[in-house]
Design a protein around this ligand. Structure first.
Ligand SMILES: Nc1ncnc2c1ncn2[C@@H]1O[C@H](COP(=O)(O)OP(=O)(O)OP(=O)(O)O)[C@@H](O)[C@H]1O
Ligand SMILES: [Mg+2]
Length: 618
């Protein structure tokens, strides 16, 4: 019979550490949260070897008396639940677990001094062994030093990544917390570098917040952000959201907070997606920082050991508040009115513009209903699809604010006429004009075809990439001048590690110091004017999202979309008649070219009969 026994404290702490302290960045998060809870105005983080050899967090907060210091490293000892009320949590910490857990798996020194004390005191915990508190030199506030993290649990040590990656994670953690606390100054120092240096932002709440967001997310965000400020039933939502045109290929630029706590919350993410659904293609994501403040009784933060998840009491309220506030802010920014009129007009055409199957090649329709069809409030899929097609008509104003609305000049029109007159009739017709540098309008024997050049190109790149990879390999084109692309150090490392696989796809690059790669060749199919910089950045984002587990080939579809987005036929690029016709002919010759990689149509066809009905002639 197995004997049940109580585990010794130290083992219990090590088990807790397994949940709470996943990597150095998790320890940094706990310590910075403690500093914020202690009312610090300035927090300095130091890392050595990505935090593996040393991580320390120094603050100018309230400090601890010697007896308190001894208690702070005891399990389940906390000053943050004075009334023992788990439904009234007003601090970032509340479990009384972080310090004992960290102490169980490292060499932990805490030095602290309060206002009232005439000297500082320190305590050392080594792999769970607690040494007595003693006097020590030190200023006001608290300094926590963690050395040799995981020395006591070598199994965990093995899972850590290189120091640059670990350090990047720690930087991310600090930046995230800093966004919610603009009045606090932060630095992160890492072996002589200072990747984070944030001075305290002053001024009114909104001004300070935008200042801090700009400092963390960059000036571009600051310039492209719209403020949000809304309240419903005592729940307040503030923050800044990026214009739809300022979007990213992943949701990594979305920062969500509940009562000052960075969270990953599916409800909030879903609400954001819903609010932007009419403004952004499904594979693009907005950049934003949203801060939700509500009565602690209305949200349960005791859901996840690392406190990154929450549960709302009234989910519908939260969702409604976010969707409403974001839509309102986006509309106020002037985009919405222009997108609805055409949507309604075209939606009314729906039954008659279903894709024609009489062509000799088979444009593939998505077989599964598109994801939006499952949304409870969405109209039937076909309708919605047309609305989306209609959105595409309006999209150029949002996507390419500065691109000229170029109808082909008259001379070119004549040229097109001539070509059309002599050309044999093609299923996708003869190109007659390019509108908004985004849509090709072609005349067929009995109607008109409107092609989304970007979506079509994306599909062509994907199909061609698949074919070339199966055959002799992807054709490459050398750059006259190799291009150096600067990236986040972590991104640069990730891209560098994959250079072998990328070369198979026609993208030849190598690491270039830390934080950059140099690109020498690109896939020939992208054309001479490919945007190399944008391409590499997008691929870096894709790699970050997909993690180490997958081979690039498994994600060919996603990689190709990213590539096509930066090819020379993207939206907003003017094309001449030959180029347009070449694209149409390529589409006819390519299987599955009737939809882009995300299931959107690449073209719509209106038969003359449809157009006549539209004008009431029939
Ligand atoms: N930087 C600091 N300044 C002042 N007091 C601190 C500091 N760090 C920790 N303490 C004190 O030590 C106690 C224990 O800290 P610990 O992080 O282990 O638990 P907690 O913050 O209460 O809860 P959690 O485990 O959720 O973080 C805190 O409740 C707080 O009173
Ligand atoms: Mg804590």
């Amino acid at each position: 019979m197995p004997i049940i026994r109580r585990l010794p404290d130290n083992l219990v702490n090590q088990i807790a550490a397994g949940e709470v302290v996943e990597r150095p960045a998790a320890a940094v998060k706990e310590l910075v949260e403690n500093a914020l809870d202690a009312g610090a105005r300035r927090i300095d983080v130091t890392l050595r070897d990505g935090g593996k050899a040393l991580l320390s967090v120094a603050d100018d907060g309230c400090g601890m008396e010697p007896e308190q210091l001894a208690l702070s490293v005891e399990r389940h000892a906390t000053s943050k639940l004075p009334d023992g009320d788990l439904t009234d949590i007003r601090t970032l910490g509340f479990r009384g677990e972080a310090l004992p857990s960290i102490g169980a798996v490292s060499r932990l020194t805490i030095t602290s001094r309060t206002d009232a004390a005439d000297h500082a005191s320190a305590i050392l915990v080594e792999g769970g062994t607690v040494h007595p508190v003693g006097p020590a030199p030190g200023g006001l506030g608290t300094r926590v030093e963690v050395r040799d993290l995981f020395f006591a649990t070598p199994a965990r040590l093995k899972f850590l990544k290189g120091s640059r990656t670990e350090s990047q994670h720690a930087v991310d953690v600090v930046e995230r917390l800093a966004m919610a606390h603009p009045h606090v100054a932060f630095t992160v120092t890492d072996e002589g570098r200072t990747p984070v240096r944030l001075t305290s932002c002053t001024g009114e709440e909104e001004v300070a917040r935008l200042g801090r967001l700009g400092a963390v997310l960059g000036r571009e965000f600051q310039e492209n952000a719209i403020p949000v400020d809304a309240e419903r039933a005592g729940v307040r939502l503030v923050g800044h959201i990026g214009l739809p045109t300022y979007n990213k290929p992943t949701s990594a630029g979305q920062y969500l907070f509940v009562n000052g706590r960075p969270v990953k919350d599916r409800l909030m993410v879903g609400a954001v997606r819903g609010a932007y659904a009419d403004f952004l293609a499904r594979d693009r994501h907005p950049v934003l920082a949203l801060f939700l403040t509500l009565n602690p009784h209305d949200v349960d933060v005791n859901v996840h050991p690392a406190k990154t998840e929450v549960r709302f009491r009234d989910q519908a309220l939260i969702r409604g508040l976010i969707v409403g506030a974001l839509k309102h802010a986006l509309a106020a920014a002037g985009h919405r009115a222009s997108t609805t009129v055409a949507a309604d007009t075209l939606a009314s055409l729906t039954p008659r513009v279903a894709p024609q199957t009489s062509l000799f090649w088979e444009p593939q329709r998505p077989t599964a209903p598109p994801p939006y069809a499952q949304q409870h409030h969405a109209p039937p899929p076909v309708n919605r699809e047309m609305a989306e097609a209609a959105w595409q008509f309006q999209a150029p104003q949002m996507r390419t604010a500065s691109a000229p609305a170029d109808f082909a000049p008259a001379a070119r029109m004549e040229e097109a006429d001539a070509i059309a007159a002599t050309a044999p009739s093609f299923p996708l017709g003869a190109a007659r004009a390019q509108l908004h540098a985004t849509y090709i309008v072609a005349q067929t024997d009995n109607g008109i075809v409107i092609v989304d050049q970007h979506a079509a190109h994306e599909r062509l790149v994907y199909e061609r990439m698949k074919k070339e990879m199966l055959g002799d390999g992807v054709k490459r084109q050398g750059l006259l001048i190799p291009e150096v692309v600067e990236l986040d150090p972590a991104d640069a490392e990730r891209v560098g590690e994959r250079s072998h696989e990328l070369a198979e796809m026609g993208l030849v690059l190598e690491s270039f110091g830390s934080g950059a790669v140099v690109v020498r060749e690109v896939p020939a199919m992208l054309g001479a004017r490919a945007d190399v910089r944008g391409l590499v950045r997008d691929i870096a984002d894709e790699l970050a999202e997909m993690g180490d587990a997958h081979a690039l080939k498994e994600k060919l579809d996603a990689i190709c979309s990213r590539m096509a987005c930066h090819g020379s036929v993207r939206a907003g690029r003017p094309m001449n008649v030959e180029e347009m016709n070449a694209l149409l002919r390529q589409m006819e010759a390519t299987p599955h070219s009737g939809q882009c990689n995300h299931g959107r149509p690449t073209y719509v066809e209106l038969k003359l009969g449809d157009i006549e009905r539209l004008f009431g002639r029939r």
